[in-house]
Design a protein around this ligand. Structure first.
Ligand code: NAD
Length: 487
């Protein structure tokens, strides 16, 4: 399957254009030319989608959770059958290689499998009580309508991460597709319908954030919102949802520290740093953007890291290391940020600009970029760039490395490379992040693990894992009294 010419909404089981008839163009990140057009939805489309989700929710939520899980198992099985097709769409929309797109599709399938099986484990608790002749327990109930908003960086994984837990909990769903990867959401909607998900349970609106995303968060019938995106937008949506006391889960950005100690295996640390900083073109909330190295091994690490950076190949083939960034705006922002850092005195060790050779010039290819001599309070040390850009910092020892890792407005992920067990554990305990890793990359979360961050990286919620069930379901306390006189 190739990408469609037009990506519509999915509302009440029907593929529809936006009510206004408006569209926008989605660009091919490898060529910079339009790839297809997309429904440009507004509040009226969102209202229709919410109405549809609300109307179909009682029947879906009324199914036993085990039965909902069985339907989701059918969706997962169809995703498995059509994994090449899904990966093709991801590959075309993002410009990442088929190999990476297939890996991401497999990760989405794993998430789907996990939550389909949660249908058999949607546990409440049986509790103790201080009252004679009373049983007390908790049960889980659907929230109602879930409004889901996602980023474009790993499109099929981002869809699965939210849609499966929201559905297994019995909610009606409205998903706002990412404007840079709308076709992946569209294809998922088709597959879910073909697999037997009842019409109207999953609705997909396409469009731009302020026009189609914000009305979803503002809608009074949306009981729970889950958002993956930037801290700037997350804070805005947190305020909007807070105004009407809707539940909201915010999975936001990161500026993640990668620490290399004097007793690290330098080759292995350099390999992991390359993956952390540059894989997926640095478009990961968990990208390793701040590489903090003990002074005694700084030059040795830098040499190896730059050698490895120089070997990286950019393109969308399976032999390439990473592809383009998602759009021209992000690319221009990255180039401007690096230029400002250099104007302010940073040393550019490699990269710093888009690729200008004939094979890459038209696409949004940002060269892998490494800087040093950057103050910790400079914008490039603090602001997330979401691209293949990292800074190197030299520190005297462990205490300074930890302090610099924590001198950050974000708190998503961090890693340390060391041969010292005690250092590894101490770092994991003291680093102010939601994820901490010893001797690997700043990325690598698993479907059953609760992912999320501190500070500007989120509002304390955790997805996926069983913890996401707490987001998409409400607990109800039930007390049952027996009457001994009636025995
Ligand atoms: P973004 O915040 O600009 O957009 C994300 C989504 O929000 C898109 O679907 C967009 O249309 C929508 N949106 C934008 N403005 C909106 C508004 N006013 N109301 C409602 N919706 C709105 O982010 P981006 O640049 O597209 O994505 C990159 C960001 O996502 C980075 O900060 C990255 O770290 C973060 N991210 C976080 C995670 C995580 O799990 N923590 C995972 C992937 C990406």
């Amino acid at each position: 399957m190739n990408v469609p010419e037009f990506v519509p909404n999915l509302i009440a089981g029907e593929e529809r254009p936006a009510l206004s008839g408006k569209t926008f163009d989605k660009c091919d990140p490898c060529k910079g030319t339009p790839l297809f057009s997309v429904a440009r939805s507004e509040a009226a489309d969102v209202a229709e989608a919410v109405r549809s989700a609300r109307a179909s929710q009682p029947a879906w939520g009324g199914l036993p959770a085990v039965r909902r899980g069985m339907v989701l198992h059918d969706v997962v099985r169809l995703m498995e059958d059509r994994r090449e097709e899904i990966a093709q769409v991801v590959h075309r929309e993002t410009g990442k290689s088929m190999k990476d797109a297939l890996g991401e599709t497999q990760a989405a399938i794993q998430v789907g499998l996990f939550y389909a099986s949660e249908g058999q484990r949607l546990y409440g608790r049986t509790c103790t009580t201080g009252v004679p002749n009373r049983f007390s327990m908790t049960v889980r109930q659907p929230v109602g309508v879930a409004g889901l908003i996602i980023a474009a960086n790993t499109p099929i994984a981002n869809v699965a991460w939210k849609v499966f837990p929201a559905l297994v909990c019995g909610n009606g769903v409205v998903l706002k597709g990412a404007e840079d990867t709308p076709a992946t959401a569209w294809l998922f909607g088709r597959i879910a319908r073909e697999a037997g998900l009842p019409d109207g349970v999953l609705n997909i609106v396409q469009g731009l954030g302020p026009e189609a995303g914000q009305p979803l968060v503002e809608h009074p019938d949306v009981g729970v919102v889950s958002f993956t995106g930037s801290a700037r937008v997350g804070k805005l949506l947190g305020r909007i949802a807070g105004e009407r006391l809707a539940k909201i889960s915010l999975e936001l950005g990161g500026k993640n520290a990668f620490v290399v100690c004097d007793d690290a295996d330098i080759d292995s640390a350099a390999d992991w740093a390359i993956l952390s900083a540059f894989s997926n073109a640095g478009q990961r909330c968990v990208a390793g953007a701040r590489i903090i190295v003990f002074e005694s091994v700084y030059e040795a690490f830098k040499r190896r890291f730059l050698e490895r950076t120089g070997e990286l190949r950019l393109g969308s083939g399976d032999g390439d290391d990473f592809g383009p960034v998602i759009n021209g705006r992000q690319l221009a922002n990255m180039i401007a940020s690096v230029k400002k850092a250099v104007d302010d005195g940073a040393t550019l060790l490699t990269g710093g600009d888009r690729l200008k050779d004939a094979a890459h010039a038209d696409g949004f290819f940002m060269a892998p970029t490494v800087l040093e001599n950057v103050p910790p309070d400079a914008p490039i040390s603090r602001e997330e760039l979401f691209g293949p850009i990292c800074c190197l910092y030299a520190v005297p020892g462990f205490a300074e490395a930890l302090a610099l890792a924590n001198d950050c407005d974000y708190g998503l992920s961090a890693c340390i490379h060391t041969g010292n067990f005690h250092r590894g554990i101490a770092f994991c305990q003291a680093v102010e992040t939601g994820v901490a890793v010893v001797n690997a990359g700043t990325f690598g979360s698993e479907p059953h693990m609760p992912f999320g961050g501190t500070k500007n990286s989120g509002n304390g919620s955790r997805e996926p894992g069983t913890e996401a069930i707490d987001i998409y379901s409400d607990l109800k306390d039930i007390y049952i009294h027996t009457d001994k006189g009636k025995l």
